[in-house]
Design a protein around this ligand. Sequence first.
Ligand code: MF3
Ligand code: CO
Length: 255
Amino acid sequence: MVEIKTLAEIEAMREAGRVVARALQAIVKHAAVGVRVDELDELAATIIAEAGAKPAFLGYQPHFAPTPYPAVICSSINDVIVHGIPDRYRLKDGDLVSIDCGAYLDGWAGDSAVSFVVGQPRARDVALIEATQEALRAGIAAMRPGNRMGDIGHAISSVAVAGGYGVPIDFGGHGIGRKMHEDPHVANQGRPGRGLVLRTGLVLAIEPMFTAGGDGRYLTAADGWALRTVDGSRASHSEHTVAITDDGPVILTAV
Ligand code: MF3
Ligand code: CO
């Protein structure tokens, strides 16, 4: 069932989103060559706890997962697309890092992800990251009352097609509110004018993930969580929690 939020509920969700945005901002600042990925997880845990919020990923077990998720953030490096579990790995020069973070505050969820390079970036990684950022902006711009779900997916996949990037199927965005994952699913591809009609009060996590290789095919790692590209190419992921209002889309995961 698709839940519609009131303006007051959207304001409460903005506070949850702000906590996630602050955690990601601190992680981007702290991440550097030689930093261990599990330090970034601890940093997020601290910021979320100090805000009186709760990590949304820790202990979460969606249908596709074999075990409850064991960390606060997902850290997906280079050929890992999403759902990388933080470990003792030390970031290396030129690594393409995607960090996804979610939290509950006062019973409301926020979910957001950023991608960046540590150390000296390669031009093609910068272009890939900019493409998922542009796709996120395009998907958000399509979130207008009267538009349809397919308009969001089409806006996202058009950016991938233009850059020759792959779009992993099956994974995408989602409704969000009292639960991190609510209806509807938000595919990263779609046909304009098709699907659910968008209306004021709908809150969606929009999350384009692109692979540098054009086919977007992936494999699940032995831990049952991390998704890796089959061709070994790198991947980028950008995500915001966004509300549809009468005044247009409003990003809730902003500081
Ligand atoms: N943004 C991710 C998603 O919606 C966050 C889920 S990570 C998990 O799939 F660990 F909680 F599953
Ligand atoms: Co999400």
